[in-house]
Design a protein. Structure first.
Length: 115
C-alpha cells in the first residue's frame, strides 16, 4: 500500500505563486500516471494536471500556461508549480497515483487565493 502526502498549500494573494509537493511512501517509478485534482466548496472534484511515466503532461484548460506538473522519481515526489493564481483556484488539491489496477489518493492540501 502506497501512501501519498501533499504539502505546500496555504493562503496566497491573487497573482501569487505556490508549489505543491506530493511525496509517496514508496517508489513511483512504476506508476503509470500521477495527477493533481482539486475540489472547491460545493463543486465536484476536477482534474487539474497529469504526468505519465514517460513525462508527457496534460492540463485542464483553466490552468494551462499557469500550472506546471513535474515528477522526480528519485525522490518519489510529484510537484505542481502554480503561478498567476486566481481566486477561482481556491480548493483542496489532491494528489493521485495510478499503478494499474490500483489508484492511490493523498489527504489533500488547502490552497486559498484571496486578498
Amino acid at each position: 500500500q502506497v501512501q501519498l502526502v501533499e504539502s505546500g498549500g496555504g493562503l496566497v494573494q491573487p497573482g501569487g505563486s505556490l508549489r505543491l509537493s506530493c511525496v509517496a511512501s514508496g517508489s513511483i517509478s512504476d506508476f503509470n500516471l500521477m495527477a493533481w485534482y482539486r475540489q472547491a466548496p460545493g463543486k465536484q472534484r476536477e482534474l487539474v494536471a497529469t504526468i505519465l511515466s514517460g513525462g508527457s503532461t496534460n492540463y485542464a484548460d483553466s490552468v494551462k500556461g499557469r500550472f506546471t506538473i513535474s515528477r522526480d522519481n528519485a525522490k518519489n515526489t510529484v510537484y505542481l508549480q502554480m503561478k498567476s493564481l486566481k481566486p477561482e483556484d481556491t480548493a483542496i488539491y489532491y494528489c493521485n497515483g495510478r499503478r494499474i489496477p490500483s489508484s492511490y489518493w493523498g489527504q489533500g492540501t488547502q490552497v486559498t487565493v484571496s486578498s
